[in-house]
Write a protein that binds this ligand. Structure first.
Ligand code: URA
Length: 239
């Protein structure tokens, strides 16, 4: 796709458009080996080689970050009062219009994907695509066989909303069991409401996976990193 040179420079995160324009006019940018002083020049950043101060611009059309969300952070782009997942990102990512692809509650932690690719987020979240999302939950009481059966059949929430069948596996028995739940859609407070519908309360909730993408457990809470190429392959639609 053809884009203006100053727009391409600022799309990579660290520069504003006018800073990019200044660098171009100052002769610090080359396109296919030739100095280009016109910030409005249109080119295809995926096909043409751009350098800034002699170094190749590692152009990426979109950003895909994995974040290990802590409790207490809002899963939106911006909020006037509460810290958001985007507030946790390093400075170089702040300007790109990033947003979380799918929400976690303020008191839920774990895997959040942050991107600026609206089509990707739409595909990931669309109920039509049935992308599995895997969670672990700590419950306030043992799970009955009838409740597990209701999950497998597709539970009905207290307000009458019918959910798709979900998988539930007990990982740790006891008075406050730990269970793994896999759901294929993303209704508001879905896991908490599914357990409420069978008489259980969720004490603690963490998301571990979306589609084939697993949370990197070496990522400290509150930290993020770009997806690796193989992670992108397992979650992005095939070209
Ligand atoms: N279901 C919930 O109830 N909360 C979340 O944050 C995610 C899924």
């Amino acid at each position: 796709m053809m884009e203006r040179l100053d727009k391409i420079l600022c799309s990579q995160g660290t520069l504003t458009r006018s800073e990019g324009g200044r660098l171009v006019r100052g002769g610090r940018v080359t396109v296919d080996g030739v100095v280009c002083r016109d910030p409005a020049k249109k080119l295809d950043p995926e096909k043409q080689a751009i350098t800034l101060d002699g170094r190749a611009l590692g152009y990426a059309r979109h950003v895909y970050l994995m974040l290990n969300k802590p409790v207490g952070i809002l899963c939106v782009s911006r909020d006037p009062k509460v810290r958001t997942v985007v507030d946790l990102l390093p400075e170089e990512y702040r300007r790109r219009g990033l947003f979380p692809a799918g929400r976690l509650d303020k008191d839920t932690h774990g895997l959040v994907l942050i991107t600026d690719d609206g089509d990707f987020a739409h595909n990931l979240l669309s109920p039509r695509h049935h992308v599995p999302k895997r969670y672990c939950a700590r419950l306030d009481k043992p799970l009955s066989d009838a409740a597990a059966q209701a999950f497998r059949a597709g539970p009905t929430l207290e307000d009458g909303t019918k959910c798709l069948p979900a998988q539930v596996t007990v990982l740790e028995e006891g008075e406050e069991p730990l269970v793994e739940v896999v759901i294929y859609e993303g209704k508001f407070h879905q896991i908490k409401r599914m357990f409420a519908a069978v008489g259980s309360h969720v004490i603690w909730l963490k998301r571990y996976a979306m589609g084939g993408l697993e949370l990197d457990e070496s990522l400290p809470e509150g930290a993020c990193r770009p997806l690796t190429e193989s992670e992108k392959e397992c979650i992005l639609p095939k070209k």
